[in-house]
Ligand binder design. Structure first.
Ligand code: 5GP
Length: 190
């Protein structure tokens, strides 16, 4: 369906810098809408309810599933994450490009539900660089870093089905490449 071409999914392993890249993309192109997901995980640091996530309890999240209020959801590290219908449908119906920053399982579900969506996987320049970025955060234990690196390898292996792969070497260049993908998709004949 025509509306589906307005859907863009961005995924990438933890430490790839996808949040920074998408933040830069939105700053440069405020006409794009980034969905605010629902999650049951605890709020971190400066995060605000309704801006960074809709923070829900497990019963609230399960009620959303039961009421079919989500277009996709997944369990990640023991917490629920999901995309609300209300964050997607009114926007694509109005012809506003929508960006979902979600993990690989959710991306697969979106592609099955909306085959016309475009999936973009962000790659670290090298695994060594990914490890360097994870260590430079200075917040994780050695065990957590090793877990994230193993998870990154598994996610990269699962990324073969994505429509596009973009390497995040320089943030601005990566954001510009994603914007080119969006522009080309919107300009393409149906
Ligand atoms: P974090 O807890 O670090 O904010 O997010 C953990 C993972 O969940 C990230 O890969 C993030 O992209 C993914 N995520 C965030 N929102 C959603 C969502 O609505 N659906 C799915 N499937 N994954 C999400």
């Amino acid at each position: 369906m025509n509306e589906e071409k307005y859907l863009f999914v961005v995924s990438g392993p933890s430490g790839t810098g996808k949040d920074t890249v998408v933040h830069t993309l939105l700053e440069q192109h405020p006409e794009l809408h980034k969905t605010v997901s629902a999650t049951t995980r605890a709020r971190r640091g400066e995060e605000q309810d309704g801006r960074d996530y809709h923070f829900l309890t497990v019963p609230q999240f399960e009620a959303q599933i039961a009421q079919e209020g989500l277009v996709e959801h997944a369990c990640y590290c023991g917490n629920y994450y999901g995309t609300l219908k209300s964050e997607v449908e009114p926007f694509i119906q109005a012809g506003t490009p929508v960006i979902l920053v979600i993990e690989v399982q959710g991306a697969g579900n979106i592609k099955r539900l909306y085959p016309g969506a475009t999936t973009v996987f962000l790659m670290p320049p090298t695994m060594e660089e990914l490890e360097r970025r994870l260590r430079s955060r200075g917040t994780d234990s050695e065990q957590a870093i090793q877990n994230r690196l193993r998870r990154a390898e598994a996610e990269i292996a699962l990324s073969a089905d994505y429509d596009e792969h973009v390497v995040n070497d320089v943030v601005e260049t990566c954001a510009a490449e994603i914007y080119d993908i969006i522009r080309e998709k919107l300009a393409a004949p149906q």
